[in-house]
Design a protein around this ligand. Structure first.
Ligand SMILES: [Zn+2]
Length: 64
């Protein structure tokens, strides 16, 4: 029972390995990069939303 499963293809591999093959490592890297990019897009959207709220608050105060 000294084995675990590859996070990419679920194949059996040695306990000390992170991935079963170079191909799976590359697949994981590509996935991580993609996820990182979508995280940045999320942060940018949140930042814009926050900036918009600040502007709205500022305009609201001025009008009142
Ligand atoms: Zn694999």
């Amino acid at each position: 029972m000294d084995h675990k499963h590859c996070p990419i293809c679920q194949g059996v591999m040695a306990k000390e390995d992170e991935f079963c093959s170079e191909e799976c490592r590359k697949g994981y890297d590509a996935m991580a990069k993609k996820r990182k990019r979508s995280m940045w897009i999320f942060y940018i959207i949140m930042g814009l939303l926050f900036a918009w709220l600040i502007v709205q608050m500022f305009l609201g105060q001025k009008a009142a």
